[in-house]
Design a binder for this molecule. Structure first.
Ligand code: NAP
Length: 246
């Protein structure tokens, strides 16, 4: 990874939650950022405005990561706006909880399409279009390992992400591209909080040795390290940032 040229990152699902924190953090690190969103245009524009107010560079780009051309469109935008891409953060994801015996096909397939197929297409596009010395940072979850009830389809889609991370790290190493995954524990975002009672949240917090939920910025700092030159010897790893819950 060269130090003399501005680096460029694509962050999928960066309109809110962990992705928004990653986009802001990478911009603070001096990286130009493609801020992807699916439907939350105003939120994505606000992320870009905050980055620009801090002296950074960013552009908001709509793309559905579950669609065949979603990630390719983001690479087009990176090339058009910033001249190329060095870092892909495959952060966009959805979670639908139900016991496997009650999970319907549509909910199962939606999670596979966005979490697993979206990450596959991201790795494929990055393998073709990231500049040498680049970084791919995928998003798993600490539910891979915990395997609690209701998380069957979601955990399956994220276990596939971990498998592809290991394989891609061996395929792309020759171009100096590292491929790692971050597997957060419970982080205080819409995805985690929606539909949970205070009592359930407290029960989950009770399983975390540090006794609190994670914050999006604490995941963004892990991504920042993996994206940085200092993280250059870390390859093919799944980094579990979860307060020690597993
Ligand atoms: P979140 O608050 O629900 O935000 C999800 C983001 O993904 C939004 O910006 C959303 O954009 C975007 N998105 C959803 N579907 C998309 C699609 N088809 N195409 C493009 N963008 C899409 O989620 P989060 O908690 O920040 O989670 C981020 C990642 O961390 C996910 O991969 C998740 O599985 C993983 N994770 C989260 C936790 C946690 O506790 N929060 C734990 C482990 C792993 P729009 O608003 O525009 O739809």
């Amino acid at each position: 990874m060269t130090n003399d040229r501005e680096r460029v990152a694509i962050v999928t699902g960066a309109s809110k939650g962990i992705g928004a924190a990653i986009a802001k953090r990478l911009a603070r690190d001096g990286i130009a950022v493609v801020v992807n969103y699916a439907s939350s245009r105003e939120a994505a524009d606000a992320v870009v405005a905050e980055i620009e107010a801090g002296g950074g560079k960013a552009v908001a780009v709509q793309a559905d990561i579950g669609s065949p051309n979603g990630v390719a469109d983001l690479f087009d935008a990176a090339e058009k706006n910033f001249g190329g891409a060095d870092i892909l953060v495959n952060n966009a994801g959805i979670m639908k909880l139900a016991p496997l015996a009650e999970m319907d096909d549509a909910a199962f397939e939606q999670q596979v399409t966005i979490n697993m197929t979206g990450t596959f297409r991201g790795i494929r596009e990055a393998g073709r279009r990231l500049r040498d010395g680049g970084r791919i940072i995928n998003f798993s979850s600490s539910v891979v390992g915990v395997y609690g009830p209701n998380y069957g389809a979601y955990a399956a889609s994220k276990a596939a992400v971990e498998a592809m991370t290991h394989v891609a790290s061996k395929e792309l190493g020759k171009r100096g591209i590292t491929v790692n995954a971050v597997a957060p524990g419970p982080v205080e975002t819409d995805m985690f909080m929606t539909g949970k009672s205070d009592e359930l949240v407290q029960r989950i917090v009770g399983t975390i040795p540090l006794g609190r939920l994670g914050q999006p910025e604490e995941i963004a700092s892990v991504v920042s390290f993996l994206a940085s030159p200092e993280g250059g010897w870390v390859n093919g790893q799944v980094l579990r940032a979860n307060g020690g819950m597993i």
